[in-house]
Structure formats: C-alpha cells, structure tokens
Write a protein that binds this ligand. Structure first.
Ligand code: SF4
Length: 219
C-alpha cells in the first residue's frame, strides 16, 4: 500500500522514472508563452480532448489572436471553426469568448492568481484554476486531472469517486513540497506506464509497492 509513510519515496521513484519522457505537449505550449491567459485558455480547450489536438488548436488560436483583446474580436462562428478539433466546440467557443470578456472587463486583462477568484468565472473548474495558479503563477495548488485521480486511487493513497474529492483529500495528506509537480509527474507516468486501460504493471518501478486497486487487466 502507498501511504504517508512512503509517499516521498514513491514520488521520488516516479520523478526518476519519467525523466526519459518528453514533456507533455500542453506543458511545452504553456512554457513557451509565459502568459497566464495562455495557460487558462488551453486548459478550457483541453476538456475531454487529446493533448495534441489542444496544443495544435491553441497554437493556431495564438497565431490568429495573440492577445485577449484580439481573441474577443473573433466572431462566435469563426471561433467554433478554430476550436473544432478539440470537440464540444459550441460550448468551448462560447466559453473562450465569455472567459476572455470577463478577464478584460472585470480583471482589466490580468488573469487572477487566486483559486477561489478563478472559480467565480463561469466555465472555470477546479482543475483549470489549480493549473493556472501552479503553472502560471508558481503558487501552491494541486491540479487533479484524470491521471492524478486514477493513479492515486490505484495506489490506495486516496479512495475517492471523482477528481474534486481527490484534490481535497490530497490537500489533506500530500506533503506540500509535492503539490506543484505531482500533476506533471503523474501525467507522464499515466501516459507511459500506468495507462488507463491495461497498465504496464510488469515494467512498473512501483510494482512491489502498488496494490493495483481496481486494476482488472494489466500487462
Ligand atoms: S503497478 Fe500497475 S497500477 Fe500500480 S502504479 Fe504501476 S502500472 Fe500503475
């Protein structure tokens, strides 16, 4: 079982094991822009989309309209075409425009650096708010996406039904020094080893520690 007694060791093992993998494409996009707005918008687009599609669409949107002012000038129909490849394009196009309008009108173009403030913006959920504060502002937060939620439950480190509860539980038990990086490590680990369907348990460096809770098929 993975618990508070061995979590430092486990995070260290995961950190070492993912060093050989390329950074996730979205992480590279966020890093390249150095602008909180361009962390926020790709996260909105990434909902139920593949990272590659989100990165391509975000880069394209950035080329067409590199500032919130220019984004807001894009008509809804055109925005739908731009974000089409990420899926749910009607909702996402509306959200991108609405969030951009709020950022410009209420926050004078500056994305808030506070989770609770970000959560007041319609369309911004906990995952997005945590990603913005950690990646864009280097402030403490735990971004729980599907990988973090799934892997922490497989480890038995948490026992939760959804990502929001996983975040709350991690805030209680995960040492703060791991908060900002846990998402990056577990996204890479989830994409390459602890796969959603049929994880590679026989090759996993945590093979002896992990109870594999809920894993029915593995390799
Ligand atoms: S042993 Fe299997 S379930 Fe556990 S972390 Fe490794 S790949 Fe995931």
């Amino acid at each position: 079982m993975i618990n508070k007694g061995n979590i430092d060791k486990v995070v260290g093992i995961v950190k070492e094991s993912v060093k050989k993998y390329d950074m996730p494409v979205l992480e590279r996009f966020n890093d390249s822009k150095k602008d909180p707005y361009w962390v926020l918008i790709p996260c909105i687009l990434s909902l139920r989309a593949k990272d590659e599609a989100t990165a391509v669409v975000s880069e394209n949107l950035y080329k067409i309209a590199p500032t919130p002012e220019k984004v807001l000038k894009i008509p809804l129909k055109k925005m739908e075409q731009i974000v089409y490849k990420t899926g749910f394009y009607h909702v996402k196009a509306k959200n991108v425009l609405n969030i951009t309008r709020i950022i410009l009108e209420k926050y004078k173009g500056k994305v808030p650096d506070d989770i609770d403030e970000l959560l007041t913006i319609p369309g911004v959920g906990r995952k997005t708010a945590n990603l913005v504060v950690t990646v864009a502002f280097k402030k403490p937060g735990i971004c729980v996406d599907t990988h973090v939620h799934k892997i922490c439950n497989r480890w038995g480190y948490v026992d939760t039904k959804d990502a929001d509860h996983t975040e709350m539980r991690l805030r209680e038990i995960l040492p703060k020094k791991h908060w900002m990086k846990i998402n990056l490590y577990l996204v890479l680990f989830g994409q390459n080893v602890c796969l959603s369907v049929s994880p590679l348990c026989s090759e996993c460096p945590l093979g002896k520690l992990c109870p594999r809770i809920g894993v029915t098929v593995s390799r």
